[in-house]
Design a binder for this molecule. Structure first.
Ligand SMILES: Cc1ncc(COP(=O)(O)O)c(C=O)c1O
Length: 169
């Protein structure tokens, strides 16, 4: 490792390793009871009445959310330019066009005023990203969405366990 600085290091406990080995030892890698248990635990943790559905990646979650809203070819989705590449990829995967918007330099959150300027007749949704857990600016995004009847898909991949106005995101 001399001369190299590791970018990140995952922290995986013995209990987690054993849980994975336990599933592997069942020799069935389709949907198992662990998924259901996990979904229920997350539902309890988030204290939500909404259904919790787990998928294989954050990218899939965003892609499915857009498809569920019938976002398709010819549609435009507003997205902050400062984000992980998956936000853009999920919009493209749904067949729609990602439209990059500025972020507020103080909060790193999507700048709703810049987003307003980029709205066209094809704009169907806006995808605010809780970049590095930031959510300061979400109220302006929902106001903009209400003004133009846009659907909102929150990308909260970087905000699990964080709170906005006292509620878990
Ligand atoms: C903001 C954001 N959105 C989406 C994703 C995509 O998640 P995944 O890598 O699980 O597809 C990430 C991953 O780091 C992310 O940071």
């Amino acid at each position: 490792m001399s001369g190299k600085i590791r970018l990140s290091k995952s922290s995986i406990s013995q209990a987690e390793k054993e849980a994975v080995l336990n599933v592997l030892s069942k020799e069935y890698l389709g949907m198992g009871e662990e998924v259901n248990i996990f979904e229920n635990k997350i539902k309890d943790y988030l204290q939500t009445e909404m259904d919790v559905v787990c998928v294989n990646t954050g990218t899939s979650a965003l892609h499915l959310s857009l498809s569920a809203l019938d976002i398709k070819e010819g549609d435009e989705v507003l997205v902050p330019s400062l984000t992980y590449v998956a936000s853009f990829q999920a919009i493209s995967a749904a067949g729609a066009k990602p439209v990059p918007c500025e972020v507020n330099p103080d909060t790193l959150f999507l700048d709703a005023e810049d987003a307003r300027k980029k709205i066209t007749e094809n704009t169907k949704a806006i995808m605010p990203v809780h970049y590095a857990s930031s959510s300061k600016g979400m109220n302006s995004v929902y106001e903009l969405a209400a003004d133009y009847k846009l659907r909102v898909v929150e990308d909260a991949a970087q905000a699990f366990g964080c709170k906005r106005d006292g509620k878990l995101i």
